[in-house]
Design a protein. Structure first.
Ligand SMILES: Nc1ncnc2c1ncn2[C@@H]1O[C@H](COP(=O)(O)OP(=O)(O)OP(=O)(O)O)[C@@H](O)[C@H]1O
Ligand SMILES: [Mg+2]
Length: 324
């Protein structure tokens, strides 16, 4: 049977990039990015300062044109279909410029007018969105006294004004206090649950791990790896660690533990025995506990430590770090 892959792809993907590259003079800020983001996904760009996250977002939201390569957003080419792309996306920029002297309602009104939204629909939509971002009770107060979290939530409301299919959020939680960060993550999650594809940038590895369904790890303009947090940790995290504190042990016992667990190394760190395991193994703690019990050795502590996205990032960028 002949299938039309192009049509299937258009239905399936919110964003497709091929060899996307941005140069500023001789400097390459985004280097040959190939990426597909599925419709309905909460997708994260994770990378340190200067990785190229904002530049990527600016290209995909048609604010910058790429030096080479192609991208489709919501099924439209960013170069030939820029207006159609803009009609289907919302942006929460890294630096949101709200008008401090205006109230949330007035800010949304102003942005809505820029989009050419009709007046009656705009009031209803603004009220609905201010309820969603929990600013309805502040709707008629000038925004200049708002906290960082409140300003950021107003920025989200502005990004949602014309009911986008895809929402780009560029480091929305950077600089916020822990409670505001949690509130913004929950808001992001609920927007995604309601069907909006979310493209989210952050340099907070833990945040990306908790929030995003799939992640692209960016460093120095390059996408180093892409996958679900679980896949990335399994592939690049360097495995798991087991930490043990025992009533007694000797070199022979350590060798036996190594053999039983299939560890690639055993270290004694001031009485805590660390076994490094290549890949996740089910039932490993139980197996070790049973073995030690049979030997009459008491286990004071036994812990399985999964690898983190930080381990993934360090492993993926090790070469570069060493060379600098
Ligand atoms: N207009 C520009 N002209 C020259 N260089 C630029 C320009 N915009 C960005 N760059 C450079 O491109 C690189 C990537 O910048 P970008 O803003 O995309 O990084 P980022 O991942 O968003 O970082 P951050 O976490 O700090 O926001 C940086 O080295 C930056 O200095
Ligand atoms: Mg940025």
């Amino acid at each position: 049977m002949v299938t039309n892959n192009k049509n299937e792809d258009e239905v399936k993907y919110a964003i497709e990039c091929k060899n996307l590259t941005k140069k500023f003079g001789n400097f390459t800020a985004v280097n040959s990015s190939d990426l597909k983001i599925k419709k309905g996904e909460l997708f994260g760009f994770l990378g340190p300062n200067g990785a190229g996250k904002t530049t990527t977002i600016k290209i995909l939201t048609t604010l910058l044109s790429p030096t080479f390569g192609e991208a489709k957003v919501a099924g439209f080419d960013i170069k030939t279909g820029a207006a159609s792309v803009r009609a289907r996306i919302g942006v929460v920029p890294q630096e949101f410029a709200l008008f401090g002297e205006l109230t949330p309602m007035e800010n949304l009104w102003y942005i809505g007018e820029l989009f050419g939204m009709k007046k009656d629909g705009l009031k209803k939509r603004s009220e609905e969105l201010l309820k969603k971002v929990e600013l309805f009770d502040k709707k008629d107060i000038a925004a200049e006294g708002f906290s960082g979290g409140m300003k950021q939530r107003l920025s989200v409301a502005a990004g949602l004004l014309h009911t986008p299919e895809i929402l780009f959020m560029d480091e929305p939680t950077t600089g916020l206090d822990p409670q505001s960060r949690i509130a913004l993550r929950e808001l992001t999650k609920s927007l995604n649950d309601s069907g909006i594809t979310v493209v989210y940038t952050t340099h907070d590895m833990d945040e990306a791990d908790k929030l995003c369904q799939r992640i692209a790890i960016m460093d120095a303009g390059k996408i180093k790896a892409e996958g679900t947090p679980k896949e990335l940790k399994e592939k690049y995290g360097g495995g798991q660690k087991i930490e043990l504190r025992l009533s007694r042990y000797d070199a022979r016992l350590l060798e036996e533990l190594k053999k039983i667990s299939g560890a690639k190394s055993v270290l004694n760190k001031n009485g805590i025995i660390e076994l490094k395991i290549d890949a996740p193994k089910t039932g490993i703690l139980h197996k070790l506990s049973r073995f030690l019990a049979e030997k009459g050795i008491e286990v004071d502590e036994i812990r399985l430590i999964e690898s983190s996205l930080e381990d993934v990032f360090i492993n993926l960028t090790k070469k570069e770090v060493k060379n600098t």
